[in-house]
Design a protein around this ligand. Structure first.
Ligand code: ATP
Length: 510
């Protein structure tokens, strides 16, 4: 088994053991691609939400918030194109009985070839050192050129098949590229079918009067239909943005990557409304801003990259993903899309109501263009968990599992630990715990030897352990033990709160 697949397994079992994530309805053998967040998971998830919200809404004067409902008028989804076009190409393998997204099979084929190319480039780089010209090497090395041609052929043929809605040629491409079922190795494929990803349900009390509605597959449409309500009530002038965090539902075809692809998930989306003609400039600005936000996490910067879309969605004039290096490869973490005036114009058409902005300076009235940033909260959670979880060898031949989460995201900012439960230390410790609680999310633990308690806090990512010992009773100071360096130092009891805020408050990381 590869290191990466071991790492992924370790992340999944750690998430369960330490109360971050459980399979939904586990006692009934689970519900596929649906997950629950446990006590530590919900804290981390809420902190990610808060970090996104604060950096988006609190720190940007030109962005306001919204919390729109999950259920919307069914015409919304006709207008947005989801009823007719929110489909994935589905293919089954007759032998393994597994179901795949045909486009993902092609993407995986491409990723394999890319990885071969990258290996060859890395080898040449280390051989030739400083004199190595990577661009020239990629353009002239016969094996790389041949492999690159294979990639270009696969991607351009797939694009044509999807553009033409030609599912027969799409299947022929899979056969031609000799793509096998990654699990069974079989090439016994069915035809490709389009599959709509929206969940439907009905609204209304009796069967005659009830009608079909959908669980929203994205939060964005709640923002578009409220564009004028928000603009007028908040008296915002264009350019301005509306941000929202909320649940979305998609009946995903493949759902085998833990919380990477779920059927019920959360999105953090921001729609930025701009004057037509300025969208390109804003798109570039938001691309940069979002990448900077990810880098605030302090993880390896090489684990993030942009991927510009070759195939644009029907509503977009530019689009890219911020990809993160998950244990199963670089995959989309966030999408940034220049959505033109498509959505607002469609809602105008289907509702018969004007969704226009009057520019008080130029005296023009127009349908604004939109630049969207859309990130999956659960995918963000998974990226934080995979980048943070580390196994370290310690001096005395022992190991520790430590979650090196950014301090401002950790489920608890600190743990208060009495060295022993007697001699008044527990009481002193409880006093500090109660004093800190209104200001910081802190936990306490008095069971087991202090070393084991440190390990438990390391495993859930608590950045600071505060130990109350016999000296505390004498000199009114405590030991701070830092998660990452395991460094220990004394801090005066009266300074504990300020010290903790300095080490963990998100404002210090901006
Ligand atoms: P993918 O290509 O992976 O299916 P997408 O391009 O359909 O994603 P968008 O519609 O752009 O995704 O949604 C925006 C963000 O929502 C994605 O970047 C991702 O982080 C998140 N997201 C989308 N689908 C899921 C899902 N099924 N489970 C978890 N997060 C998701």
């Amino acid at each position: 088994m590869s290191d990466n697949s071991n790492k992924f397994k370790q992340v999944i079992s750690h998430a369960k053991e330490y109360g971050f994530i459980f399979q939904s309805s586990e006692i009934y053998d689970g519900l596929s691609a649906v997950y629950d967040y446990g006590p530590n998971g919900v804290e981390l998830k809420n902190n990610i939400k808060r970090f996104w919200w604060d950096s988006m809404v609190r720190m940007n004067h030109d962005i306001v918030g919204l919390d729109s409902s999950i259920l919307m008028h069914p015409k919304t989804w006709k207008a947005s194109g989801h009823v007719d076009a929110f489909n994935d190409p589905l293919i089954d393998n007759r032998d393994s009985k597994y179901r795949y997204r045909a486009d993902v099979l092609i993407e995986d084929y491409v990723a394999k070839i890319e990885s071969k190319i990258n290996k060859q480039v890395d080898k040449a780089k280390s051989k030739f050192g400083d004199s190595f010209d990577e661009k020239l090497f990629r353009e002239t090395n016969p094996r790389i050129v041949e492999n690159q041609q294979k990639i270009d052929y696969a991607l351009s043929t797939m694009k044509k098949c999807l553009d033409d809605d030609d599912l027969v040629s799409f299947k022929n491409l899979i056969i031609e590229l000799d793509i096998k079922d990654p699990i069974s190795g079989s090439k016994n494929w069915t035809d490709i079918k389009q599959f709509n990803l929206m969940f439907s349900t009905s609204i209304g009390a009796n069967s005659e009067s009830s009608s079909e509605i959908y669980l929203r597959p994205e939060t964005a449409q709640g923002i578009f239909v409220n564009f004028l309500n928000v603009q007028k009530s908040s008296r915002k002038k264009i350019p301005f943005g509306i941000a929202q965090i909320g649940k979305a539902f998609r009946n995903e075809i493949i759902a085998r990557q833990f919380i990477f692809r779920m059927r019920e998930f959360e999105q953090m989306e921001m729609q930025f409304f701009v004057k037509p003609g300025t969208q390109k400039e804003w798109y570039e600005k938001w691309k940069e801003k979002r990448m900077q936000w990810h880098k605030l996490m302090g993880f390896n910067e090489k684990d993030y990259r942009f991927h510009d879309h070759d195939k644009l969605a029907h509503y977009a004039d530019a689009a890219c993903d911020i990809e993160f290096k998950f244990p199963f490869g670089f995959k989309e973490l966030e999408g940034i899309h220049s959505r033109t005036d498509f959505d607002l114009s469609q809602h105008e058409k289907f509702s018969g109501k004007k969704l226009r902005y009057f520019d008080p300076e130029s005296k023009e009235t127009y349908v604004p263009y939109v630049v969207e940033t859309s990130i999956g909260l659960d995918r963000m959670f998974l990226s934080v968990l995979t980048a943070s979880l580390q196994e370290e060898n310690l001096q005395n031949d022992t190991k520790r599992l430590v979650l090196k989460i950014p301090a401002f995201l950790a489920p608890f900012q600190a743990a208060v630990l009495p060295l022993v439960k007697k001699d008044g230390l527990e009481e002193k410790s409880n006093e500090l715990y109660e004093n800190l609680r209104p200001f910081l999310n802190v936990t306490k633990d008095e069971k087991d030897a202090i070393g084991r308690r440190y390990r438990r806090q390391d495993a859930i990512g608590t950045p600071v352990c505060i130990t109350i010992d016999h000296d505390t009773l004498m000199d009114n100071s405590v030991t701070f033990r830092l998660r990452d360096s395991m460094e220990q130092y004394r801090v005066d009891l009266n300074s504990v709160r300020d010290e903790l805020l300095k080490l963990t408050n998100f404002a210090n990381f901006l």
